[in-house]
Ligand binder design. Sequence first.
Ligand SMILES: CC(C)(COP(=O)(O)OP(=O)(O)OC[C@H]1O[C@@H](n2cnc3c(N)ncnc32)[C@H](O)[C@@H]1OP(=O)(O)O)[C@@H](O)C(=O)NCCC(=O)NCCS
Length: 147
Amino acid sequence: MNNNITISAITDENEITFLKDKQSFNYTYDKATRVSLKEHFKLKDSLYLLEKNKDEFVGFCSIDRGWWENNFFFLREILVDPNFLKIGIGKELMSQCIEHAKNKKALGVVTETAFDNFPMQKLCEKLGFVKWENPQWDKGITYKLIF
Ligand SMILES: CC(C)(COP(=O)(O)OP(=O)(O)OC[C@H]1O[C@@H](n2cnc3c(N)ncnc32)[C@H](O)[C@@H]1OP(=O)(O)O)[C@@H](O)C(=O)NCCC(=O)NCCS
């Protein structure tokens, strides 16, 4: 792997602005998404991982405690730049977020994705998530990983 690629945890909410309009497939970090990310960044134990190739955006993944079941983390966002897809970046970022939740003694991790988002579904299943009947959301698939 390229030596210039680094993963770092965001420590200041202003860094979230760097994500502006970053996109992959039909997914874009628009204003509403960035506002939501800024809100959830404030929660205790949030982890926002930014991957770069020097100054170039490579990928992003975030996990936070903004989920209604006690002591579960929500993997809120994951996105890998089109130039870096399918080389293991998404899996690595998501694995680090899961590890973080484990270290915080969470019961597990939840995430949600669209019915037609096959890359995300495959990635979730690869990491051990299983489909979960979500009583609060039926517009896509909810995945759960119980530790
Ligand atoms: C989902 C996403 C983050 C995966 O990132 P990635 O870095 O390309 O994924 P990885 O290379 O780590 O792949 C890990 C596994 O995911 C699955 N996968 C990834 N891309 C896939 C694709 N296009 N089709 C099918 N499976 C795919 C595979 O199981 C893969 O394992 P394998 O390489 O051993 O077959 C990326 O496709 C993306 O950014 N999509 C747009 C944003 C998005 O949809 N985010 C989720 C919103 S809920």
